[in-house]
Design a protein around this ligand. Structure first.
Ligand code: GDP
Length: 133
């Protein structure tokens, strides 16, 4: 068993999709280890997405991620990182496989319902970011 971090993004929270997405995660075999709702400020969101600082979509991404509350979730399962990436689908919902969370619920490439850590090392960093200690 290992860990990964998901974040239900503001588009999905405001659309009332927390329950459906949590069910999808649990039905896929993930165990919820920790969960909370927070409204990030631009400093927090900027730090979380620091790796994308030079991207043309960075300012828009920070505006989106601070537009409303998000739900970070620490998850546990076998092969947690790769399994979560698989079930959320491609960044752009138009390119995501049928049945994935982004195909089912995302609005656009930016407003794409859910974040998932992309490596074990980033999972550790991202879990500590939202759930210190
Ligand atoms: P992820 O790992 O699939 O979430 O994708 P990335 O790490 O590449 O990007 C982080 C987030 O930035 C994505 O989940 C989107 O919300 C947003 N994003 C990525 N690419 C684009 C883009 O080309 N345009 C816009 N507007 N947003 C993007």
């Amino acid at each position: 068993m290992n860990q990964t971090l998901a974040i239900i993004k503001p588009d999905a929270v405001s659309a009332g999709l927390i329950g459906k997405i949590l069910s999808h995660l649990e039905d896929s075999g993930f165990i919820v280890e920790d969960i909370k709702m927070i409204h990030m400020d631009p400093h927090q969101a900027g730090k979380f997405y620091e790796i994308h600082k030079e991207q043309p979509f960075y300012d828009s991404l920070i505006k989106f991620m601070t537009s409303g509350p998000v739900v970070p979730i620490s998850l546990k399962s076998n092969n947690a990182v790769s399994k979560l990436r698989q079930i959320i689908g491609a960044t752009d919902p138009d390119e995501a496989d049928e049945g994935t969370i982004r195909k089912l619920y995302a609005e656009s490439k930016e407003r794409n319902a859910i974040h998932a850590s992309d490596s074990n090392s980033n999972a550790t960093i991202e879990i500590a970011f939202f759930f210190p200690g």
